[in-house]
Design a protein around this ligand. Structure first.
Ligand code: PAZ
Length: 308
């Protein structure tokens, strides 16, 4: 099937996106606000997509991602003055909560006779910082959080955001850190009910997901600055795969990372070459240096457009 037809077929046969109109409205309003203010905006995608195996889904295939990269990067984009649309997988790490314990409410709060509950003293500084930063971003309309779970939802919402980004054109950046499945079960070939085990072993054929980054670059948001991510477990193929992605999808930068070292080191591959960004004393999270570097690249990109 031709690439364009495969993309159309993917969306035509996908299940209806719940609350589609409300999502469109919220996203468009957010873009409008930042268009009026002429501010830069980053769409940060985060977490991994699920691929349902049944329509009334009991079982699914998952893509690995804790959401830490997306959450940390969102904080640094906000600090750099960007507005952020945070497209995240439900249940993954959230901005300003990266160091929170798993049972944050129960660990950070304690009963109090007067207030009912209060923040335990040892957590009060961290909790106050997180609440203040989050509150500031919300009241200044700097952050819009949009959740997804499945591959279908992720791509449908990404298309909505990318199409609405035409307002900001070059001021918009796509920072595609989500781990998106390369394979899926098309909705029309999926059974309604839970797959039964009585028949013994299970053989399933997965279809390939059309390459949406190329569509985002060429059709949905051709003027935006676009950064994609490449995750591998084999270090020896990582940089070549990132270079291939750079030329195949026409993105402005590819962030290459290896699973076990991803928290400490990434390599940004652009048409000008490769830059390694590592965690250091000045950059306690690799995302700090990464976002700083990419904001600089975005500035260069904007300046270059002005020259023409
Ligand atoms: O979410 P996390 O912090 O655990 O991991 C981040 C990451 C490895 C998912 C991200 O940096 C990444 O590479 N995303 C793209 C994965 C892919 O190649 O599909």
């Amino acid at each position: 099937m031709a690439a364009g037809c495969a993309v159309e077929a993917f969306f035509e046969t996908a299940p209806i996106l719940k609350d589609e109109d409300a999502i469109k409205q919220t996203v468009e309003t957010f873009f409008h606000q930042h268009y009026v203010q002429h501010s830069r905006l980053a769409c940060v995608t985060s977490g991994g997509t699920t691929v349902p195996l049944e329509r009334r889904c009991v079982r699914f295939i998952d893509n690995f991602s804790s959401g830490n990269r997306g959450a940390a990067s969102t904080e640094y984009f906000l600090k750099a003055g960007y507005a952020v649309i945070f497209l995240y997988r439900r249940g993954t790490v959230q901005p300003f909560c990266r160091s929170a314990p798993e049972d944050a409410l129960l660990t950070c709060l304690e009963p109090d006779d007067y207030l009912g509950v209060k923040v335990r003293r040892v957590f009060s500084f961290d909790v106050e910082q997180a609440v203040r930063s989050n509150h500031e971003a919300l009241v200044q309309h700097k952050i819009l959080k949009v959740p997804y779970t499945t591959l279908f939802e992720y791509l449908q919402i990404l298309r909505i955001i990318a199409s609405a980004s035409f307002r900001l054109q070059r001021l918009a950046m796509f920072y595609l850190a989500a781990a998106v499945s390369d394979f899926y079960v098309p909705w029309e070939s999926m059974g309604e009910h839970k797959i039964q085990s009585a028949g013994g072993s299970l053989a399933m054929q997965l279809a390939s997901v059309p390459k949406m980054i190329k569509v985002l670059r060429e059709i949905w948001a051709p003027l935006a600055f676009c950064v994609s991510f490449k995750l591998e477990t084999d270090q020896t193929i990582l940089i070549q795969k990132a270079k291939d992605a750079l030329s195949k999808y026409g993105v402005h930068a590819v962030v290459a990372n290896e699973l076990s070292t991803r928290r400490n080191k990434v390599t940004v591959v652009t048409h000008e070459g490769e830059v390694v960004i590592e965690k250091t004393e000045q950059h306690p999270d690799v995302e700090m240096g990464l976002v700083e570097y990419l904001c600089g690249k975005h500035t260069e990109f904007l300046n270059k457009q002005e020259e023409y």
